[in-house]
Design a protein around this ligand. Structure first.
Ligand code: HEC
Ligand code: HEC
Ligand code: HEC
Length: 276
């Protein structure tokens, strides 16, 4: 409007300079706050609080599982092997409710028992004898009806002395019921109808109902697995030769006489291993 003084705008540069100063102030403020709260070089006022929160989020169970897994990896033979996992519906039924590391009660041998699940299905140790049938052990591969091997752990690499690397990572030794000349698998696979049904409804079941279902899955399962010397001795229930183990590997397994391997566990239970 005429007469009124024209409103003066600040030049643009002033805004820019102001903005820069605001940023600098903010940065300094944040740095100062960090310095007195969390920084290790300042008084660290909030560090105890931060630690407490971290502790709450950590789970003792998860820690234990991770430790055990780490342990198992290093324990597994002389070097660690990455095992590919099977698709969920092809894994044995036991894994619906039990983990890869199902043994926890007996501290002295649990890692050792868990290690065996890498090359055995559970039933290899937990199978209950059935009247009128004998139990025989064969290699089982969910992806191959007639696995031919070579299988992991059956022979040594003559150059390195380590166990031979193999392409077959899925085959495990499994029990079969043998009646006359008929041989049938003694294990349940996860996509068995009952197992699938259980997965769908398990959240709706009461503890008692779950217990009843559990009993169905535990048919032919005994609570205690085979003892070490059922296998690691002459006259093993495993026919090592038929399973493809070489002669020197068989002797080592029967005597469990592997340099470095025994010493660590010797104190605990190897002395009792061969005593009658
Ligand atoms: C429906 C879930 C479920 C399935 C499937 C299942 N279990 Fe169990 N199992 C349990 C529960 C629950 C327990 C008791 C809690 C515990 O001791 O960890 C148990 C306990 C056990 C025990 C310890 C002895 C006992 O009876 O308490 C063994 C051994 C066992 N299971 C083996 C197996 C094997 C081998 C398979 C696969 C054939 C299997 N389980 C499948 C739920 C299941
Ligand atoms: C090398 C043989 C062996 C294999 C393979 C094996 N178990 Fe066991 N299992 C045992 C023995 C032996 C015991 C008894 C341990 C004890 O009481 O000291 C046992 C005990 C158990 C228990 C109850 C005690 C505990 O340690 O918590 C459960 C649950 C169990 N086994 C589940 C399984 C499942 C599931 C699998 C397959 C993933 C499996 N086992 C494979 C030998 C074996
Ligand atoms: C059902 C038979 C069976 C039972 C029971 C069994 N083992 Fe084994 N164990 C084997 C076989 C077979 C191997 C080798 C598997 C492979 O390398 O593929 C093995 C491997 C081992 C190894 C590693 C040896 C190596 O050179 O790789 C040790 C150690 C061992 N078992 C100790 C034990 C102890 C201790 C127990 C009892 C708590 C036990 N085993 C129970 C069959 C068994």
């Amino acid at each position: 409007m005429p007469g009124e003084p024209k409103r003066l705008e600040h030049p643009k540069s002033v805004y820019i300079i102001g903005f820069i100063f605001k940023i600098i102030t903010l940065t300094v403020l944040i740095a100062v706050i960090y310095q007195i709260t969390f920084s290790k070089h300042g008084p660290g006022l909030l560090i105890p609080v931060q630690k407490k929160m971290g502790e709450k989020q950590r789970s003792a169970i998860l820690d234990e599982v991770r430790r055990e897994e780490e342990y198992e990896k290093h324990r597994h033979f002389h070097h660690s092997v990455q095992y590919p996992q099977l698709p969920e519906n092809m894994r044995p039924v036991c894994y619906i409710c039990h983990s890869d590391y199902p043994h926890s009660k007996n501290k002295k041998i649990r890692a050792m028992l868990n290690m065996h699940t890498q090359f055995f299905v559970c039933e290899t140790c937990h199978i209950e004898e059935k009247f009128g049938a004998s139990v025989v052990y064969q290699w089982y591969n969910p992806l191959d009806d007639d696995p031919k091997g070579p299988f992991f752990g059956t022979s040594y690499d003559s150059e390195t002395g380590n166990l031979m690397e193999v392409a077959d990572h899925f085959s495990k030794i499994a029990p079969y019921f043998k009646v006359g000349s008929r041989v049938e698998s003694a294990i349940q696979i996860q996509d068995a109808p009952l197992a699938q049904d259980y997965v769908k409804v398990r959240d709706k079941l009461t503890p008692e109902q779950r217990d009843n279902v559990k009993k169905k899955f535990h048919v032919n399962i005994k609570a205690k697995g085979h003892e070490c010397k059922k296998c690691h001795a002459k006259g093993s229930i495993l026919e090592f030769k038929k399973l493809g183990f070489t002669e020197n590997r068989t002797i080592d397994l029967e005597q469990l006489n592997i340099t470095g391997m025994v010493t660590k566990y010797e104190k605990f239970y190897i002395p009792n291993l061969f005593s009658e």
